[in-house]
Design a protein around this ligand. Structure first.
Ligand SMILES: Nc1ncnc2c1ncn2[C@@H]1O[C@H](COP(=O)(O)OP(=O)(O)OP(=O)(O)O)[C@@H](O)[C@H]1O
Ligand SMILES: [Mg+2]
Length: 292
């Protein structure tokens, strides 16, 4: 049965989708693990990372003729999911931007979550990992969907707001019945520059304080206590120098900087991120093992 890794933070724009895409691509392409991405975000950002607009149109047409639905309709229980192979080992259940308009009507009842877990185990049984890219809190999907996950990772950027969001996320999850809540595997510091070593250490300490406080306020212990050294991953997801300088995406498609892209059925990485993707994902696998 696949292990579902949720990438979540209540705060928007902290790098959830970027982290989820690199984790999924690296598990599949560099470690040879059969991996499926579930895009649970109406914004459909991770779908856009892996599916070109031409292919997206083809898939939409195929889904219509074959009576398949995209991620969120499947999640709420109104149809069979569209499951699309990106590469040999990497697959996606795509989202679509029309869900932005529908999102306020989408309710995922507790009943459906139990069913969905069963369906995932049946329909996606050939996969080792599922990477669940979650939207920020405003869509109200994190609360129900986090229950289908077996593990949770959270990106944290250089802003104390991301830490406050982490505090509330952990508190909310601890309120879920024990058999339905995923263990928190740790925070991944993202968008820090390589030369910011003092800031990185400062944020490691801040994460520790916030996570300790969140668990203590619920009279609980961290699930990985004594099994893993720290609440933050050792590997940092560094800022991509070109992307970090861009405020808005350029008009010119050819200048469109990306950390990964799919070219002829293969995932290509931007050279700026190659040095840390494998250690980061290896550490994730170790933390998953420790949590089982
Ligand atoms: N390591 C990084 N270096 C440079 N830019 C980054 C990095 N990680 C993310 N970004 C940029 O930050 C922006 C937000 O990232 P991303 O979409 O992954 O965040 P998110 O948390 O998924 O957002 P949302 O809450 O809207 O889903 C994007 O423009 C992305 O390219
Ligand atoms: Mg996102």
């Amino acid at each position: 049965m696949p292990i579902t890794i949720a990438v979540a933070n209540y705060k928007g724009g902290v790098g959830k989708t970027t982290l989820a895409s690199i984790v999924a691509a690296t598990l599949a392409e560099r470690f040879g693990r059969k991996t499926v991405i579930i895009d649970a975000d109406p914004q459909s950002n991770i779908t856009e990372v892996f599916i070109s607009s031409i292919d997206f149109d083809k898939i939409s047409h195929y889904a219509k003729t074959q009576g398949r639905v995209f991620s969120l309709e499947w999640i709420v229980g109104s149809g069979e999911p569209m499951i699309y192979s990106i590469t040999d080992n990497l697959t996606i259940v795509p989202s679509k931007p029309e869900y932005i308009g529908l999102a306020k009507f989408l309710i995922v009842p507790a009943e459906r979550i139990r069913e969905l877990r069963k369906e995932i185990d049946e329909k996606l049984k050939e996969f080792e990992f599922i990477v669940l890219d979650l939207p920020p809190q405003m869509y109200g999907l994190i609360g129900p969907l986090i229950k289908i996950a077996d593990a949770l990772i959270t990106p944290v950027t250089k802003t104390s707001f991301a830490l406050t969001a982490l505090y509330y996320l952990i508190r909310d999850i601890r309120g879920i019945p024990p058999n339905e809540r995923p263990p928190f595997l740790g925070a991944v510091l993202t968008r820090f520059r390589r030369n910011e070593t003092l800031n990185i250490e400062l944020y490691r300490r801040r994460v520790k304080r916030i996570v300790d406080e969140a668990y203590r306020s619920m009279a609980m212990k961290w699930e990985l206590e004594g099994k893993v050294q720290s609440y933050t991953f050792n590997s940092v997801f560094y800022a991509h120098p070109k992307l970090a300088d861009i405020r808005a995406l350029p008009f010119d498609e050819s200048e469109n900087v990306r950390m990964i892209r799919v070219i002829r059925g293969k995932v290509r990485y931007s050279s700026q991120i190659l040095s840390f993707v494998e250690p980061l994902v290896r550490e994730l696998e170790e933390r998953i093992k420790a949590s089982l």
